[in-house]
Every structure is written in structure tokens, then in C-alpha cells.
Design a protein around this ligand. Structure first.
Ligand SMILES: *[C@@H]1O[C@H](CO)[C@@H](O)[C@H](O)[C@H]1NC(C)=O
Ligand SMILES: *[C@@H]1O[C@H](CO)[C@@H](O)[C@H](O)[C@H]1NC(C)=O
Ligand SMILES: *[C@@H]1O[C@H](CO)[C@@H](O)[C@H](O)[C@H]1NC(C)=O
Ligand SMILES: *[C@@H]1O[C@H](CO)[C@@H](O)[C@H](O)[C@H]1NC(C)=O
Ligand SMILES: *[C@@H]1O[C@H](CO)[C@@H](O)[C@H](O)[C@H]1NC(C)=O
Ligand SMILES: *[C@@H]1O[C@H](CO)[C@@H](O)[C@H](O)[C@H]1NC(C)=O
Ligand SMILES: *[C@@H]1O[C@H](CO)[C@@H](O)[C@H](O)[C@H]1NC(C)=O
Length: 815
């Protein structure tokens, strides 16, 4: 509805713009008047400036929107506080170089770009650039009198600088709209907090809602997924004159923007030309750990834990009773209080999002050793670290007082922090360094020994691998392959000639065998069926791309083997096999208590989010199901078989495929029926997975005495009757967390809604699972179980059991 209206108005503007009377100028000169139905257009027609009405609003505004990609996406609004209620208005540039908007009949000024009495210019010109910046200048463009880029609405465009001009003392930040219908300044605003070492924050009034954290030389500390990418590059500038963050397009025919939504979330949107939509490319504020200081002082939030908050090592809950019931606001305190004694030192904490830097101090040239000394000298200094981790690390960043808003990252992407500790709590190596020499030797000798062993094994490993490489005889030069190539002979030996005893399972893509390499490493070898239509070169490219996807909830691809007609993929071996072998087994399923199921569902969600959004490739799995979830020795879930559609040459760019790969019971109706796939069809499969993991029942083949013929229908019925807890497996007993379980069933149902557009994205799913926000009501779920004919010949289960009532299909549609 809203979109339609914007489009209508936009179309209206376009109509006029293309009429002969209207010259598509990119400039406005002094005293020239722009009326309601006139616009100016940037030279390459990327942006347009004129009047518009947002959403269902009857008010009018002056703004800038994308012209080339036409969805009426407004990126800047002039009079956001003072809307126009009629169309008899004029926009003009005064001789002083001020853009003003006035009532055409009364002459009253409704909005002005600046204070006329304080500006002066000579023959000013206003020009709309292809960056979306409207500038007013008199003698040179490089040095404009005024520019819209310094007055950001809610959209942070490429080339804008968000931060501070220290010379003039002015700040540029962006503020959310009230709603899609009302561009007036809403509750939230985003910018750089420079009270201490600069950090990006989202605030609600004076209160911090979210912190991206300080810049560590490579990225914001709380944004491990801000990485070099093919779409935009980014920079953070910190000097005496200015402090700002900026990003730029690498290829100006790709469009991306950052928006602070009325909800307070920052979303990076990317224009998908083939679909003509803005897709969410990245967002933080995904889970409960992104809420500011959710665990209180000295508490750390780890989304992989349940509960998510824990005290840092050497700290204990300030108020144990509150902490126990999930009220973490009091945070933690030192187990042994600090007393400003001379023996105090620092313990090292890794993989963190650095704490709030409101009360901090920095110097970009000091070394870490100088930094420690400085911190040690001042008893109110609680922690220190390098301000710049780029290269070998440099600069000094000190914290004073409580450390707030820390989170622990699961992988090694976080930062290191040295926190002040009383003498009795210092880690042992530190202690022995500061005490007698005799003890020091006792520590050093074992370390030297370990280092020696590591060095020797690296040498041996290297020799072993280079020898193996020499043995391999493939025709093309493989030097540029970043992925280890395994020789066929190696694999034959490792799997005992692919003996039946070593077989783990049979999937649609071929059988999977367990193997043991000469060095003892256990592997799983997938021998690809010879149905791939891809050439060798494409195959290699795909495998290399897929091997770069690394996430703790994805099965790691170790390498591949291409020899003759054989193509094989080598994965890490998962001792606990497929989730199906435990979940659907009467006795084994008792091992999966509520925390375990919670952990598994959250892990799958994060792995899938990575495939959909955070990885560079944007993979749609297309065959997500219980048997494709493998468990490692600690029962961490890992998604397997991702990217198989790519490896098999499925066209991932088109949203329509003539080769339907999937498993009945997991396939979204639009995919199973019409072959239309999208990230939303994966979300559907995820929803089925959630319901299966909660209930311990299979969706397909589920029979209930009250005539429900599948699990989704049963869950839907229970939800509507307000009895969704009945769905959850009885064996969970006492361990169950009732409110979490209800929420999970609810989210599962949201994921399996009939219409793809109703289903949430994985970003929202994670947010809904991990927080207490209220959930929308699910609409009716969609089903597709196909015809009763078992036309299926393929099952693409990774390994583990592959039972007959869970057939996968590969359908060839004549298209
Ligand atoms: C649009 O422009 C034309 C020609 O200048 C004018 O006659 C018409 O009234 C304008 N329409 C509106 C809605 O201002
Ligand atoms: C414009 O500037 C003059 C002179 O500095 C000042 O008196 C006046 O209040 C300003 N007007 C606005 C709207 O800021
Ligand atoms: C980002 O990319 C643009 C276009 O390729 C280039 O002009 C600019 O220098 C780059 N900036 C940084 C910080 O790398
Ligand atoms: C930029 O992107 C367009 C469209 O994706 C592509 O055709 C063009 O070759 C790209 N240009 C560069 C310099 O990469
Ligand atoms: C930073 O530290 C260095 C070395 O201690 C010192 O020379 C320099 O003046 C300091 N800079 C600032 C801005 O304090
Ligand atoms: C310690 O640091 C705080 C904060 O910068 C400062 O106010 C205080 O004077 C310092 N104390 C000493 C003894 O240097
Ligand atoms: C951070 O360190 C890198 C490498 O040493 C250096 O190139 C860069 O200028 C440093 N950044 C700042 C802001 O000092």
C-alpha cells in the first residue's frame, strides 16, 4: 500500500520530468523557482530532487530519492519537521546561497537550509550530484557553502562522513524517522561518541541503546562481520581536524545504503536489480547480546551460552539472587576486591567486544608496554589494550571505572583486553614473571619444549604435504588452488578402498565414507555422483568458493579430489553423526535436554544466517533437514551439504530453477510446486526443523489420532488452541524453559507460513528467538507433500541414517 503510493507519486513526477516542457537540469540558479511538480536530476540520472509524499501521508516534503532504481526510495528530506499541507509552494535559491522553501501565496518561509543573515555568496548555484549530495557553491564545487551530506536524515549514503569536524565543532549524525509515513525525527539517532576514544553508538535520547564499539584499526570492535567485501570499502579517520566513519562504493553501478530504521536498528540494504528490491545485506543488533550493557558491569554476553550472561573470569555476580533469576543489571564485581596495592597486575581476556569507551583515554603512538605502565600507575585505570590492532599493534587505550557492554565472540574475531586484577587473582605466568628467577625457569623450560614440539610437527607436516602434492598428477596447474587437493591414492588408502564398512551414508550427491589419513586425522569423503553438468574448471571454482565459507555452525570443507572422472569432497568428520540418528531415536533422544535443543536450534539459525547474509556468496541451502545437521563431539550443530546446488551447477542467481533439489516435508510450497526458491524457502525448511527438534517427531509421516497428517498442521492447531507446549517432547521433562519453548514453537510457525513474504528473514528469526520482543501472529502454514507417487530416486542426506520414509527428490521440470 505504502509502496504503491510512493510509486504513484514517483510515477507522476517521472511523467512530468519526461514532458518536453521540463528540462532535466541538475542545477538550480539564484532566484530560480522549483514548483510542486518540477524536479532536478543528477547528471547520470542517479538521483532526483523534488516534492513527495511518504507512505499514506497527505503531507508533502522536499527530498532526494533514487531515480535510476525506481522504488521511490527517499534518502534525504529537507523539511522533515515542517511538512507542507498544500502544493502551492516554491523552492528557490536565494542570492545569499540559501535554499528556501516558501508558501507561494503568502511568501512565508517554511524551511531554509541556513540562516540568511549569516551567509553570503556570489552567483550561487545549487547542484544535485550523482552521489545524492545536493551542494550549494559559488566559486568552486570542491568547497561548497552548504551540502545536504552534512545534514543527514536517516540514510547514511556512500561518501557521507558520520562523525565530527573538530575545527568547527559540528557533528554529523543520522536520526530515524518517526514512521514510514512521517519523516520527522524519531526516537533514535546514530553517530560517533567522542567523550573518550571514539565509538559508534545508537542512542534513544541520552541513553545508549546499542554500541558498535570503538574502531580497532580494522573494524568496529563489536562488528566482526565488517570485512573487506566486493561492494564497498570503508575507512575511519581520526586526526586533530576530524573524526569520522565513511564508506564508498567500489563499483558505482551497485547500490547500497545504511538506514537507521524507526525501530532503532541500523540496516545495510543492497539493491538487487534482478528482483527490484532492497535486501538486507548486513545488520547488527541481531540478538540479545547487542542490547547495550545487558549483562551489567564486568559481565559478558555470549549468545552461545544459556543463560547468555556470565561474569568475566575473576568476577562474581554483584547480586547473586537477582543474577540467578535472569536480572543481570547489577553485573559483576571482583571476587577479590581491588585495593590499589602495588602487586596488582593485569589478566588477558580474548575474543571480546571492547567495553564502552565513554570513560577512556587514548594515545595513538604509545606501545603496549608503555600503556600497561601508565594504567598500572593510576588506580582508577581498570583496563588497557592496543588502540590499533592493525599490523603488530600500536597505540594505547585506557579505561577508567566499570567495564560495560562486553560480549564474547565464539570465533577468534574479537579483541583482546587486559583487565586489572588483585595480586592473588593474576594468571600464573604473569605471577612467576614477577617473582623469583627459579620459578621463571620452571615455566620457561616447559614452554620452550612445547614450542620445539610445535616447530618440529609443523616441519613434518609441511614435508608430508609437499610430498603428497608432488605425487598428484593432474593436468592443470594447481598452484593457484587455495584448497588442498587430495590424491585418489591417499583417499583409497584412508577409506580402505571405499569399503562398505566405512560407509557413513548414501546421499543424493553420492555416498559418504569415513576415512583416516596417515596422520590420524578423521575425515568424511563424499564421492560425487557423476551427474554434475559442470566442467572441471567451474567445479573447482565453486569448491574453492564454498571452502572459503567458514563458520562454526557449518561443516568444514577440508579439500577436494579430482582425478579422472572422480570428483570428491573431503570434510571434517563429525563423531556424533546426523542429528536425525539421535533426535528420532527413542533412547538417544533423552540425551537432548532443553539446553541442548536450544543450543542446536540457535546454532543452525546462526549457520543459516551466515549462508544467507554474512558470507560473500549468499548461499541458499535448498535441502535443509535434520539429517543434514551434523553434531560434533560437543554436540555443536553444523550444517552440511551447503553449496551443493552451486557445485552441481544449479543456477543460483535466477530465482527459478528447473532442477528441484529437496526433501518432501521440508520444502516450501512455492519451491516444491513451482521451483521458486529464495532465502525464504530455506526459512521454511528451518521452521520445519525447529518444530521437529522441539517435538522429536518427523514432519512427514507424522500421524496423530485427531487426524492431523503432518506435524506443521498439528503445531498450528495446538498454537491456535493456546496449547503449543503440548508439542514439545515429553522426555524434556524438568529441563524445559516454558517461555522459551512457547516462543520457539511460535517462531517455527512464523517460518512455515504459506506466503514467502510473510516469513521472517534469518536475521529476524535470531532476534525473535534470542530476545523477549513481542512476536507477530503467524498466518496459516503452507504445505506441500506432492503426489503420492514415490517418484523419487535421490536422497541427499549427508550421512547418518537415510531412511525410506524420508526421501529426497530431484525433479526435472520441462521448462
Ligand atoms: C504542474 O505544472 C503545470 C505547468 O507549470 C501547472 O499548470 C500545474 O498547475 C502544476 N501542477 C501542480 C499540481 O502544481
Ligand atoms: C540568524 O542569525 C542572526 C544573527 O546572528 C540571529 O539574530 C538570528 O536569531 C538567527 N536566526 C535563526 C533562525 O537562527
Ligand atoms: C574505496 O574505493 C574507491 C573506488 O574504488 C577508491 O576511490 C577509494 O580510494 C577507496 N577507499 C579506500 C579507503 O580504500
Ligand atoms: C560494475 O558493475 C556492473 C554491473 O554489475 C558491471 O557490468 C561492470 O563491469 C562493473 N564495473 C567494474 C569496473 O567492475
Ligand atoms: C603520546 O605518547 C607519546 C609517547 O609517550 C608522546 O610523545 C605524545 O606526546 C603523546 N601524545 C599525546 C597526544 O598525548
Ligand atoms: C587517574 O586517571 C583519572 C582519569 O583520567 C584522573 O582523573 C586522575 O587524576 C588520575 N590519577 C592519577 C593519580 O594520575
Ligand atoms: C594503525 O596501524 C597501521 C599499521 O601499523 C597504520 O598504518 C595506521 O595508520 C594506524 N592507524 C592509526 C589511526 O594510527
Amino acid at each position: 500500500m505504502k509502496m504503491a503510493k510512493i510509486k504513484l507519486i514517483f510515477g507522476f513526477l517521472l511523467l512530468y520530468a519526461s514532458a518536453p516542457r521540463s528540462h532535466a537540469a541538475d542545477t538550480i540558479t539564484a532566484n530560480q523557482i522549483l514548483r510542486y511538480n518540477q524536479t532536478i536530476i543528477s547528471p547520470q540520472e542517479t538521483f532526483e530532487l523534488g516534492f513527495f509524499s511518504p507512505g499514506n501521508s497527505i503531507n508533502h516534503y522536499v527530498g532526494i530519492w533514487y531515480k535510476k532504481i525506481s522504488t521511490g526510495t527517499v534518502v534525504w528530506v529537507a523539511n522533515r519537521k515542517t511538512p507542507l499541507t498544500h502544493t502551492s509552494v516554491e523552492l528557490t535559491l536565494t542570492l545569499q546561497g540559501v535554499l528556501i522553501l516558501r508558501d507561494a501565496t503568502t511568501g512565508t518561509v517554511i524551511w531554509a537550509s541556513a540562516n540568511s543573515s549569516t551567509t553570503s555568496a556570489r552567483n550561487p548555484i545549487g547542484q544535485l550530484l550523482d552521489t545524492g549530495n545536493f551542494i550549494i557553491y559559488d566559486n568552486n564545487q570542491e568547497n561548497p557553502i552548504w551540502q545536504s551530506f552534512e545534514f543527514i536524515t536517516d540514510t547514511f549514503l556512500p561518501g557521507m562522513k558520520v562523525g565530527w569536524n573538530l575545527v568547527t565543532g559540528t557533528e554529523t549524525r543520522y536520526t530515524s524517522k518517526k514512521s514510514d509515513d512521517d519523516p520527522a525525527a524519531g526516537e533514535f539517532s546514530a553517530g560517533l561518541d567522542i567523550r573518550g576514544y571514539p565509538q559508534t553508538i545508537v542512542t534513544d535520547g541520552l541513553e545508549i541503546k546499542f554500541r558498535d564499539g570503538p574502531w580497532n584499526g580494522l573494524r568496529f570492535s563489536g562488528a566482526p562481520n565488517l570485512r573487506p567485501n566486493p561492494i564497498y570499502n570503508f575507512t575511519f579517520v581520526l586526526n586533530e581536524k576530524e573524526i569520522y566513519y565513511q564508506y564508498n562504493l567500489i563499483n558505482t553501478s551497485v547500490f547500497t545504503r545504511l538506514v537507521l530504521q524507526p525501530s532503532g536498528r541500523i540496516e545495510r540494504l543492497l539493491w538487487i536489480d534482478s528482483k527490484q528490491v532492497w535486501d538486507i545485506y548486513l545488520t547488527r543488533q541481531n540478538d540479545i547480546c547487542d542490547q547495550y550493557a545487558v549483562c551489567g558491569p564486568f559481565g559478558s554476553c555470549n549468545i552461545d551460552n544459556s543463560p547468555v550472561c556470565e561474569c568475566l573470569k575473576g568476577f562474581e555476580p554483584t547480586s547473586p539472587d537477582q543474577w540467578r533469576v535472569g536480572d543481570w543489571s547489577q553485573g559483576c564485581r571482583h571476587t577479590v576486591p581491588l585495593d590499589c596495592e602495588p602487586g596488582e597486575g593485569f589478566n588477558k581476556y580474548s575474543n571480546l567486544k571492547l567495553p564502552d569507551t565513554q570513560r577512556s583515554w587514548y594515545n595513538m603512538t604509545m606501545t603496549l608496554v608503555e600503556c600497561e605502565k601508565l594504567c598500572k600507575k593510576n588506580c582508577s585505570c581498570t583496563a588497557y589494550t592496543n588502540a590499533n590492532i592493525s599490523g603488530s599493534g600500536s597505540g594505547c587505550l585506557l579505561w577508567f571505572g566499570d567495564l560495560n557492554d562486553i560480549r564474547t565472540f565464539a570465533d577468534t574475531t574479537g579483541d583482546t583486553l587486559y583487565i586489572r586484577m588483585p595480586p592473588s587473582e593474576l594468571d600464573s605466568i604473569e605471577k612467576s614473571q614477577s617473582s623469583g628467577a627459579g620459578r621463571r625457569i620452571r615455566v620457561i623450560v616447559p614452554i620452550a619444549f612445547v614450542v620445539l614440539i610445535i616447530l618440529v610437527s609443523i616441519c613434518l607436516f609441511y614435508r608430508y604435504y609437499s610430498k603428497k602434492h608432488q605425487q598428484q598428477g593432474t593436468s592443470e596447474n594447481d598452484e593457484d588452488l587455495e584448497l588442498p587437493l587430495f590424491g585418489l591414492s591417499t583417499l583409497l588408502k584412508a577409506t580402505n578402498n571405499f569399503s562398505m564398512n566405512n560407509k557413513l551414508g548414501e546421499g543424493g550427491f553420492g555416498p559418504v565414507h569415513k576415512g583416516v589419513l596417515e596422520d590420524g586425522q578423521e575425515i568424511a569423503v563424499k564421492r560425487l555422483a557423476k551427474t554434475s553438468t559442470q566442467g572441471l574448471h567451474e567445479f573447482k571454482n565453486e569448491v574453492i568458493l564454498i571452502s572459503k565459507l567458514q563458520h562454526r555452525n557449518l561443516v568444514k570443507l577440508l579439500g577436494c579430489c579430482i582425478e579422472g572422472a572422480e570428483k570428491m569432497l573431503i570434510y571434517e568428520y563429525m563423531p556424533n553423526k546426523g542429528l536425525d540418528s539421535i533426535l528420532f531415536d527413542k533412547t538417544q533422544s533423552k540425551l537432548l535436554d532443553w539446553p541442548a535443543r536450544y543450543h542446536i536450534i540457535m546454532g543452525i539459525a546462526r549457520g543459516l544466517l551466515y549462508l544467507h547474509q554474512d558470507s560473500r556468496l549468499r548461499i541458499i541451502h535448498r535441502d535443509l533437514k535434520v539429517s543434514n545437521i551434523l553434531l560434533d563431539k560437543d554436540m555443536n550443530p553444523k550444517i552440511s551439504d551447503f553449496g551443493m546446488a552451486r557445485i552441481f551447477g544449479g543456477n543460483q542467481i535466477q530465482a527459478n530453477t528447473n532442477r528441484v533439489v529437496g526433501t518432501y516435508g521440508y520444502m516450501a510450497p512455492e519451491y516444491a510446486g513451482n521451483g521458486i526458491f529464495s532465502i525464504k524457502s530455506d526459512v521454511y525448511s528451518f521452521g520445519v526443523l525447529v518444530l521437529e527438534i522441539l517435538s522429536g517427531e518427523k514432519n512427514k509421516g507424522f500421524v496423530h489420532k485427531e487426524h492431523w497428517d503432518n506435524l506443521i498442521g498439528y503445531a498450528w492447531g495446538l498454537h491456535n488452541a493456546g496449547e503449543s507446549l503440548q508439542l514439545v517432547a515429553k522426555c524434556l521433562g524438568e529441563t524445559i524453559n516454558v517461555s522459551q519453548a512457547r516462543r520457539f514453537v511460535h517462531v517455527g510457525l512464523l517460518c512455515v507460513q504459506g506466503h514467502p513474504e510473510d516469513r521472517p528473514t534469518m536475521t529476524s528469526v535470531i532476534m525473535m528467538l534470542g530476545s523477549e520482543i513481542s512476536l507477530p501472529s503467524p498466518k496459516e502454514p503452507g504445505f506441500y507433500f506432492g503426489k503420492t507417487k514415490h517418484d523419487t530416486n535421490q536422497s541427499s542426506s549427508s550421512y547418518g541414517t537415510s531412511s525410506n520414509n524420508e526421501l529426497s527428490i530431484t525433479m526435472l521440470n520441462g521448462r
